[in-house]
Design a protein around this ligand. Structure first.
Ligand SMILES: *Cc1c(COP(=O)(O)O)cnc(C)c1O
Length: 381
């Protein structure tokens, strides 16, 4: 018999039945009054839960499109952008901004570490930056940036907008837009929201909306705030066809969040992450991310000596768990394990147990049950 496969990569994450059901609903016209009501409710909930006086945009696309949307509506050719990069996805902003003719300065950390706050501050003092980008959780390293502290710093610079990539963080790591001085928060549907891939989500705070006004006509069409603002205010209007079933799916995800309580959800993510990380370490793995800056949404797990990445992930797949490989210099040296969104204790225990079986099968001596024991002890605390 085939073993059911748990998809424990950092996105897409497991999609629970009630969300799948929304995807399976009969698609209605985008002018359907019930759909319009659902869309509007979703928009309102998103603004309330992430605490902004600004706007939210929920349109068809992916996280990368939301990155592009954030840049397109706040910066023009010739502007200065400071990119604080903690890895592969931080670096993605470089090419994106370069293509638009934006002047880019980059501060990169070693993978697994963060850029120190004082380094960001002294860079911001050097010249007038129109924006700074920070990746909340860089999926390539499993590092979580101190988003709140950076926000306090950036706020001292009047012309500088604060753009946060929350694609692997939002709905798992705490984010309060106005309180944290975030001007643009971007994300996608398939990570900590636990929805299938396909939605580009972006919040724009009041300062970002003002910046958009100042830019006048921008070169981009589909991602222009001004095209979508009338629709987000009144979804009965048309600009481009909304992804009807995905909107419903995200609405169900937000209902799950409201039912759990967003603060409880954040607390659950911390508890789960620390338990998963303790379990992995008890099996002899090491984690790439600095202990003080570990994400709660995923873990980037370095192999012990004697494990071949391709073989391990193949055997782990046979044991019923899919994980992702390492990126760039860490390809072959590490696997990436997502533990965000709507996963439960069954998913976590099964994942650690499958990792133990895979280790055993590739010839690593580890006491069976050790990781599962650690995990359960941590979760029962
Ligand atoms: C996944 C991810 C992206 C890219 O999102 P897509 O939906 O794959 O386009 C961007 N930034 C971060 C931090 C990510 O984890």
């Amino acid at each position: 018999m085939k073993t059911r496969k748990l998809v424990m990569i950092p996105g897409p994450t497991p999609v629970v039945r009630s969300i799948q059901d929304q995807m399976g609903r009969e698609t209605v016209a985008f002018g359907d009054p019930n759909f319009i009501r659902d869309y509007k409710e979703l928009i309102n909930d998103m603004k309330t839960l992430w605490k902004t006086e600004g706007e939210v945009f929920v349109i068809a696309g992916t996280g990368t499109l939301s990155m592009e949307m954030g840049i397109a509506n706040t910066l023009k050719a010739g502007d200065n952008l400071l990119i604080v990069s903690h890895g592969f996805f931080g670096d993605r902003f470089i090419e994106l901004a370069n293509r638009k003719g934006i002047n880019v300065d980059v501060i990169q950390s070693e993978w697994g570490e963060i850029v120190p706050l004082d380094e960001i501050e002294s860079k911001l003092k050097e010249k007038n930056y129109q924006a700074v980008t920070v990746t909340h959780v860089d999926t390539s390293t499993g590092v979580a940036a101190p988003v709140k502290e950076i926000g306090e710093l950036v706020r001292k610079f009047e012309d500088t907008l604060y753009i946060v990539d929350g694609v692997c963080a939002t709905a798992g790591e705490p984010e309060y837009i106005d309180e944290m001085n975030i001007d643009i928060l971007i994300t996608g549907s398939q990570k900590a929201f636990g929805v299938t891939p396909g939605l580009c989500i972006l919040w724009a705070g009041p300062r970002a909306l003002k910046r958009r006004e100042k830019l006048g006509t921008i070169p981009e069409y589909y991602v222009d705030f001004n095209k979508w603002l009338p629709i987000m205010e009144d979804p009965s209007k048309y600009f481009a066809t909304p992804a009807v079933n995905l909107i419903w799916a995200l609405k169900e995800s937000v209902n799950i969040i409201k039912e759990e309580g967003i603060e409880n959800r954040y607390a659950r993510h911390i508890k789960n992450a620390r338990a998963m990380q303790a379990a992995l370490e008890s099996l002899g793995f090491t984690l790439l991310a600095d202990k003080d800056h570990r994400a709660v949404t995923l873990s980037n797990v370095l192999y012990m000596d004697g494990v071949d990445d391709v073989e391990f992930r193949k055997v782990l797949g046979e044991e019923g768990v899919v994980v992702a490989g390492g990126l760039a210099a860490y390809a072959g040296k590490m696997f990436r394990l997502g533990h965000m969104g709507n996963i439960d204790i069954h998913d976590m225990v099964s994942t650690i147990a499958a990792i133990e079986r895979a280790l055993y099968r590739v010839g690593i001596e580890a006491e069976l049950g050790k990781g599962v024991g650690t995990l359960m002890r941590e979760l029962l605390k």
